[in-house]
Design a protein around this ligand. Structure first.
Ligand SMILES: Cc1cc2nc3c(=O)[nH]c(=O)nc-3n(C[C@H](O)[C@H](O)[C@H](O)COP(=O)(O)OP(=O)(O)OC[C@H]3O[C@@H](n4cnc5c(N)ncnc54)[C@H](O)[C@@H]3O)c2cc1C
Length: 368
């Protein structure tokens, strides 16, 4: 479904329920800028901010509100534990690329933290540990080989631990990734958009870009017939709109589900991921080989806030998750299927605590 530039999902995400999406005036005349950025998701807003910070006159365009794309639907794990294993990156692209991957992800978390602190953006940013563990049937040997690849990639502080503290998740092997992070992505974007304005940049939402013509100066054309002429343009639309062949022919659509559930008892804040992609019995049982994420958030700005600052997190499905994320996913998947039949209305109204992401990755792998 697509309404007013919003491309994703009829149901409102946890982030959309706990922060406003900002809209500005649409572009009403042609203008000239140093840099034109198209797309006000995390990629576009961050790029616009960095360019504005270097003293460029930046124009940021989006056909929806700020954060109307995928960034408002993410589970918002800021991590250097990547979905594709380091050992696979090494195998396909070499050790140097695996090191770049680790460095770039670590730098991105540091960058977000720096921005939050410098501009005092109130977006619930917090550092926390992440745990990568085996689902039933997962291979300890493979996870240990992954740990070696992680160390070769330069992440020497990742370590094997005996268990995940304060949970009942049973796994034959667990890796702890220190200094990961999570935040509220919409609050972050809103804060950063304000900074872009303070730095002299301009943001036009409700403005659809229909063509980008590259020459000495780039011309970005909008559906209302206006043109932004710029020294450089950055197309941060997630799916490219300027090139309809090269990237599109390498992509395939896939489905990722996020389920948001209230958690009633106290647990540590941490990020949890399993390696279900590689677990044989999960493949047989579930089919399209999903892997699973879980994170825990305090309820933002609601009347139970005081309780929630003590990290009260529990729920029917999370208890199942503590037994085994695989089992939780099976039950959550059923919940999702049932709920999507009801358009998730009842289920989502209770959103507030743990966010679980089920990622059917294989359907979406990039064809080489
Ligand atoms: C369920 C789910 C969970 C995820 N979990 C994580 C996670 O935990 N950690 C992580 O790192 N990543 C995660 N991701 C991936 C992450 O959310 C995305 O990679 C990221 O948000 C993409 O940001 P973006 O700025 O590139 O795109 P978007 O946020 O999609 O922004 C693109 C913007 O471009 C605008 N646009 C598009 N076309 C036009 C046009 N023609 N004219 C004007 N504007 C246009 C759109 O309106 C949109 O606002 C998850 C994704 C999903 C779906």
């Amino acid at each position: 479904m697509q309404t007013g530039g919003e491309r994703v999902g009829e149901n409102r995400s946890f982030w959309e329920r706990t922060a406003q999406k900002i809209s500005t005036q649409p572009l009403s005349e042609s203008l000239t800028a140093d840099v034109c950025v198209v797309g006000a998701g995390i990629a576009g807003v961050t790029t616009a901010y960095l360019a504005a910070r270097e003293g460029r006159y930046v124009v940021l365009i989006d056909d929806g509100p700020i954060g109307g794309g995928m960034t408002a639907r993410t589970t918002a794990h800021l991590v250097n534990a990547i979905d594709d294993r380091y050992i696979d990156i090494e195998k396909f692209l070499g050790e140097e690329c695996a090191r770049f991957t680790a460095d770039s992800h670590t730098s991105a978390i540091d960058c977000a933290e720096r921005i939050v602190r410098e501009h005092k953006i109130d977006c619930n940013f917090e550092r926390l540990d992440g745990y990568l563990f085996l689902p039933p049937g997962g291979s300890v040997t493979e996870l240990m080989e992954e740990l070696e690849a992680i160390h070769r990639a330069g992440l020497h502080d990742v370590e094997r631990v005996d268990s995940i503290p304060n949970t009942q998740i049973n796994s034959d092997a667990v890796l702890r990734f220190p200094r990961q992070a999570q935040f509220h992505p919409l609050k972050y974007l809103n804060g950063l958009a304000r900074v872009i304005g303070d730095l002299g940049g301009q943001i036009f939402t409700g403005t659809r870009v229909v063509a980008v013509k590259d020459a000495d100066r780039v011309k970005v054309k909008t559906s209302d017939g206006h043109t932004i002429t710029a020294q450089a343009a950055v197309i941060a639309t997630n799916c490219p709109i300027n090139d309809r062949l090269v990237i599109h022919s390498k992509q395939a659509p896939y489905a990722t589900y996020v389920v948001c559930l209230r958690v009633m008892r106290e647990v540590d804040h941490a990020l949890f991921w399993d390696t279900a992609l590689t677990a044989e019995d999960e493949k047989q049982e579930i089919g399209p080989i999903p892997y699973h994420y879980v994170s825990c958030y305090r309820r933002f700005g609601q009347r139970h806030h005081a309780r929630d600052t003590r990290r009260h997190l529990d729920c029917r499905s999370y208890r199942r998750a503590r037994k085994s994320v695989g089992e939780a996913v099976r039950s959550i998947t059923k919940d999702v299927e049932a709920a999507s039949a009801r358009r998730l209305r009842g289920g989502e109204r209770k959103c507030c605590g743990a966010i679980s992401r089920l990622h059917h990755a294989r359907l979406g792998e990039i064809r080489r």
